[in-house]
Write a protein that binds this ligand. Structure first.
Ligand code: UDP
Length: 234
């Protein structure tokens, strides 16, 4: 697949046109940012690992009936995907309180939730991706009521699939963020699923194996991404 002109460059990925207007190439970078771009850095091999990890997760989800944008892995850093019109809503699914939820509700990080919690954030860097509910989404005309039902249902289904898969690999899926978009009238899962967008804790030690190591300067960042690739592949 020929790499055409760059259509978009984000914090962690570049998107290139291809000869097919319905398909784009996604390239994963080693650049890392946190706190809405305030903290910047590089994580060696992150792009290669996130491309490999996202590929494995997209293949797993497709096998279990979740439609995604994924077509195929092209090389170390690149994957071919269906071009999406992204819905500007981040879908966050949580099993254990951490990060912004722990902060907002004054809960201790690590508190188990009796059932999964779904949150929506409006994708707007200038506003810092504010937390919204479905009424805001409708008022923003970012999605319809049916779309919101689908995002919620898909988020919960993906949570079940990924949590079960990771549990077999001694890993707790604490929380994660998803993005969806339209392709030929249908909503598909897009973006990536990686230690950049998920919180993974070792089941026995609760050691963090995700981007929190970068956010919180815990060290051994690349090693954590490597370890997660090993677990997910195995
Ligand atoms: N997340 C993400 N991108 C964002 C915000 C959050 O991928 O812009 C992921 C994050 O890695 C975590 C989950 O969504 O797995 C919940 O994040 P939280 O709301 O706790 O925000 P944070 O602690 O990252 O500010």
């Amino acid at each position: 697949m020929e790499k055409g002109k760059m259509l978009y460059e984000g914090k962690a990925k570049q998107v290139f046109a291809t000869s097919d207007p319905d398909q784009v190439l996604v390239y994963y970078k080693d650049d890392a940012t946190a706190f809405n771009g305030e903290k910047k850095g590089t994580i060696n091999s992150k792009g290669v690992l996130n491309n490999a990890i996202s590929t494995l997760f997209f293949e797993l989800l497709e096998k279990d009936g979740v439609p995604t944008h994924f077509l195929k892995k092209i090389d170390d850093r690149g994957m071919l995907v269906k071009k999406l019109k992204i819905i500007p809503i981040e879908v966050i699914v949580r099993n254990i309180a951490a990060g912004s939820l722990a902060k907002r509700l004054g809960w201790e990080e690590g508190r188990a939730l009796p059932q999964p919690v779904i949150e929506f954030c409006y994708k707007d860097d200038a506003l810092g991706d504010p937390l919204i509910n479905r009424y805001h989404a409708l008022a923003l005309e970012a999605a319809t009521s049916r779309d919101m039902d689908y995002l919620e249902e898909a988020g919960l289904k993906i949570n079940r699939i990924l949590s079960d898969y990771l549990k077999d690999r001694q890993t707790i899926l604490v929380d994660f963020k998803l993005e969806f978009g339209f392709h030929q009238g249908r909503i598909l899962l897009g973006d990536e699923i990686s230690p950049d967008t998920c919180r993974f804790w070792d089941e026995a030690t609760r050691e963090k194996l995700d981007k929190d190591r970068f956010r919180r300067d815990l060290g051994q960042v690349e090693e954590a991404y490597q370890e997660m690739y090993k677990r997910i592949k195995g």
